[in-house]
Design a protein around this ligand. Structure first.
Ligand code: SF4
Ligand code: SF4
Length: 375
């Protein structure tokens, strides 16, 4: 049975993080599965161009500590991700600097610049019968997913499971949003990715998390813990609880439960550590839920329902610099640039890639007054 550990870690002091990481991994058997000569892929959350102080990306001190523990076992630690935008060596290099990855390199990690893609048949997949993924992971003997505790506009939260969206090569991600505009389908696609790549361990960086306008433009909130598990699904249930959420209401957790991959209740999980003491009732979560209508031709009545109920992207015109990145990354081609973005809400599938990609944090998610009332 899968276990989860929750370990206090108040700061990113290197010694504290190393000690907390060792403590977090101990109930899971530590890193004993790692043998000399192995190549271990650390799948971080690199999301987009962000300074690591913003709590959008996995903190480099944690990545450095993990890489150090791996290399001490005579194995190789490779850190990588395919963030939003192109999957090219130049783009990765431009993101690695602000993400503070020089620290991890110093600790012995290799940073991934291999931008090959691989394809594999996956007959067990629920939606994905064939998976196209970032090739650097194909060369790894085991993968440790090293996620971040954050809110997420589309799914409510982004933790260990959602982190595997980064195995999809860069510009294919908007395609996936367009292919699976409905939240349940999108969740099942993510579950397929996880079942395909099967991370050996999940570690969630909850030292500083992100609340509010996540996953890239929210506010830093100290949570003060590391969450670790041999199951990405179980790790997410505990993370949701700590964020003050009801895990069963999170679409990804619900979908995982439906497929028999995880419980929906924290009480059904064997936890080492005091998860309850980290729960934050006042964590600023994003409203999710409601029906997804995106990407369909519908009747006048449905259009009215859509306009009354659905959350929508909203631009702060004073913050926008007109770079057009949101429009270029919109899978539904629902943004027209006219100095600032103009949203075609009929086409919009509410994936909120525009909000995630905006380098100026100028896009937020707005709820309608009626939707607020209902929620
Ligand atoms: S990405 Fe942000 S700054 Fe750039 S055009 Fe869109 S809203 Fe404006
Ligand atoms: S406008 Fe934004 S939320 Fe709507 S489909 Fe485009 S990227 Fe997604």
């Amino acid at each position: 049975m899968s276990k989860v550990s929750v370990t206090p870690c108040r700061t990113y002091d290197a010694a504290e993080v190393r000690q907390a990481l060792i403590q977090a991994l101990a109930p899971l058997g530590g890193l004993d599965f790692i043998q000399p000569g192995m190549r271990i892929g650390i799948k971080m959350n690199l999301v987009t161009l962000k300074n690591y102080h913003a709590a959008a990306t996995t903190h480099p001190v944690l990545l450095a500590a993990l890489a150090q523990l791996i290399t001490e076992r005579g194995a190789e630690a490779v850190i990588g991700d395919s963030p939003g935008g192109p999957f090219s060596a130049a783009y990765l290099r431009s993101l690695y600097g602000p993400a503070g990855l020089a620290l991890a390199e110093k600790a012995g990690a290799k940073l991934n610049f291999d931008t090959r893609t691989e394809e594999a048949e996956f007959p067990e997949g629920c939606l994905l019968k064939k998976v196209t993924y970032t090739g650097w992971l194909a060369d790894c003997d085991a993968i440790i997913t090293c996620a971040k505790l954050k809110t997420h506009a589309m799914l409510g939260m982004t933790g260990a499971v959602k982190n595997q969206f980064g195995i999809v090569p860069g510009l294919m991600k908007p395609e996936f949003h367009a292919l699976y505009p409905q939240v349940p389908d999108f969740c099942n696609m993510l579950l397929d990715l996880n079942e395909f790549i099967r991370p050996r361990l999940a570690i969630i960086d909850g030292v500083d998390g992100m609340e509010g306008n996540g996953p890239s433009a929210g506010t830093v909130r100290q949570v003060g813990c590391l969450i670790a598990s041999d199951s990405v699904y179980h790790a997410d249930v505990v993370m949701a609880h700590i964020m003050g959420l009801t895990p069963a209401e999170m679409p990804l957790i619900h979908a995982a439960h439906e497929r028999g991959l995880a419980p929906e209740e924290i009480g059904e999980i064997e936890i080492s550590g005091d998860a309850e003491s980290f729960r934050m009732e006042d964590f600023q979560n994003l409203p999710i839920g409601g029906v997804q209508f995106g990407g369909r031709e519908d009747s006048v009545l449905m259009q009215l329902v859509r306009s009354l109920l659905m959350r929508r992207p909203h631009v702060n015109t004073r913050g926008c610099v007109g770079c057009g990145l949101c429009a270029r990354n919109c899978p539904a081609h629902a943004i027209r640039m006219k100095d600032v973005p103009k949203f075609d809400l009929h086409k919009c599938i509410r994936c909120f890639c525009c909000q995630e990609m905006c380098p100026k944090e100028a896009i937020s998610v707005k709820t309608t007054p009626i939707s607020r009332l209902i929620h």
